[in-house]
Structure formats: structure tokens, C-alpha cells
Design a binder for this molecule. Sequence first.
Ligand code: SF4
Length: 398
Amino acid sequence: MAGIYLHFPFCASRCVYCDFYSTTQVGKGKAYVKALCNELKLRSGYLSSNGQSLPVETVYWGGGTPSTLGTGLMEEVFDTLYATFPVVQDAEITLEANPDDLSAEKIKAFSKLPFNRLSMGIQTFSDDKLTFLNRRHTGQQAIDAVKACQDAGFDNISIDLIYGLPGQTAGQWEDDLDVAIGMNIQHLSAYALIYEEGTRLWEMRKKRIVEEADEETSLQMFDLLIDKLLNAGFEHYEISNFARKGCRSRHNSSYWKGIPYLGCGPSAHSYDGRNRQWNTPNLELYLREVGCCASPEDFMEAAWIEKEQLSTAERYNDLVVTALRTCEGIDLSSLRHSFGDSFAAYCLRNAAPHLQKGSLEILPVSSAFSEGRLRLTRKGLFLSDGIMSDLLWVEETD
Ligand code: SF4
């Protein structure tokens, strides 16, 4: 199995915290779709094993803001996608959308395309905070957009929220969570605000215009998040992700399971099961080079594609930081099988102090041949960065 990520690098304006690759040149959608379709065709062989194409089980339209694209252009992408890859019949097909794009007309048009999941960037329902973040919608618009999508038949909706906003209190965060829970959504992703270098938010902190939330408040908010979502019947299946039963994000779960994926568009990453590669984040270059590239060989050799050959230690480290984020944790038997006894012993040795302190646990698995699953406890969730870094393989230097 495999996944496809399609990057749409256009946003009507830039949010202050965002470091994803996107531009405000929204008028270039047509030229972009032509180049993107060409990339899909050029890379038709990327997702294969022993000469056989892998079935594509998830497709994720992300960005940027793919919902800014006209539906005619979306159809062109779908036509190319289905003609080029074996997309399975019940594939999860997600569209990232912003509430301000979701007019009644657009929602109706989206519902006629193969999308069966919406991921909506809402971030908060507080109008003051939305203005500060330079979002283009109000809290009420977000609520109305979710309802309108549900009325149009979308029954798998995820929303993104951010906590730890400057000046945000635990009570205000609780209000956001109450609104979210009241919307009858299937999935919620919640992230602590990060001050990424190069963003306007980073500059604001540097100039002391804003102050970062202190650790105690952030932890209190994370605690509230978990308590409230669990009480509302959601499953906490990954550090930042909560789902109703049967509604986990299949696409993101495949990243955490190390399943191969193809990423198309500037800045998109790909992983073939052993190595990673990514496209340079530059729209002009992408339009110029990919739009007229004629052969897969030329594409793969292009200077603007960066490649990374992963060593065994790097693949082990990838597994630690992805699997440990999930409620399943690390399957110790498959770790031993894939990486050998030395990596398995290293992992358990470094996990031992955390097992003793109760921040990691080993869940027994029913099979007699299984060593169980190593995973974070509730206490460990709050300390996850430190625990993961203790489990990472560090090459010894002389
Ligand atoms: S809409 Fe999304 S991708 Fe665009 S700037 Fe805002 S957060 Fe970033």
C-alpha cells in the first residue's frame, strides 16, 4: 500500500505563525496544475515494489490552501491521478480547506469530486486571536462552514486547533475545545503554537511584541485537551491527534507506520520505503522545470530534487520518533526483525529508566512470539521529546 500527497502552494494571505511553503500568487493555479499533472505522470513508477505498482490507499491535498483552486482544475488533477496510479476504490481522499473558501457553491462542487474527508484549518474560535494570527475567517464562519459541509454530506471532517496562543488562558482554550466538541466532527488535531524562525511571529517575539506561553500553561492546556476529548468519546491515537472510532487519519497514520508515499509539488517530500527525497520549495523553478520536463530520468536527476539515503541508524531513529508518537508505540518484535538484536537491545536499554519512572510502558500482545509494544504512558506524553531523544541512536565519535 502507498499514499500520495499533493502540495498546493497558494494562500490568499500568510498567517503569522506559518512556515509551510506557500505564496500569495493565487493566479498561477492553471500553470501549476499543468506542472503538477506532469510530475504525477513522470513519477508513475515511484510507488512500486518488485516491478508492481503499489495500490494507493490515501490521497491528501494539502498546502498552502488547495481549496482556493477552481473545481475544473481539481478535476484535471483527479483525471491524471486516476489514469496514472491504481487508487483503490475505498481510498481516503482528503482536502485541506480553509473556512473562508467554503462558500455554499464551492462545498457543493467539492462534494461532487472524489473527496471523502475534509481537514479544516480553524485554529481558534476567538475572533481577536484569529485577527492576530492573520487568519481570514471568524469563529462563526468556521462553525458555519463545518455545518454547511455536514449538510452537503461530508461525514468525515477533521479540524485543526492551536493552543498556547499569546495571552490565551486555559479557560479560553477550554472554550475552543467545547465549541469543537459541540460540532459533531470526527477528528481533531491540536498543536501547541510553535515560533518558527523566519515567520512574522518569530519577529514579534524577538521585538517583544508577544510573549510565549509558559511551560506550565502549555502543559495545563495539553492536559485539558486530553481530558476533554477523551470524555467526549474521542480516541487519543497520536500525540496531537484525536479521532472518533474508525475515523483516524489513514494518510497521516501511514506516515507514522513508515508506508511509502509520493509527494508532488514544490517542497513536497517522498519516501519509497528506504530513502527520502524532496522537491525544492520554489514555485517559479517548479513551473519552469517540471512543466516542460519530458522524461522520468531527467526528472529524477534534476538538481532541484534533494535526496537522502537513509542509513540503518537513521531508519531506526525515524521509527522511534514516529511510532512512539502513536498509541500503538513501537512493536518490539518487528523492531528486532527489521533492525537486528543490537538496535533492539539499545532501545530497551535506553527505555529502562523511563519504564522505571512510569513514563514508558510495554503493552503485552496476545501472540506468544511477540515482545509487546513500547509506548508512552499518559505521564510520558508530556515528556515525549526528551524520551524520544534518549532512545535515538547516536553514532559514537572518537
Ligand atoms: S492558510 Fe495554512 S498554509 Fe496558508 S499561511 Fe495560513 S497556515 Fe500557512
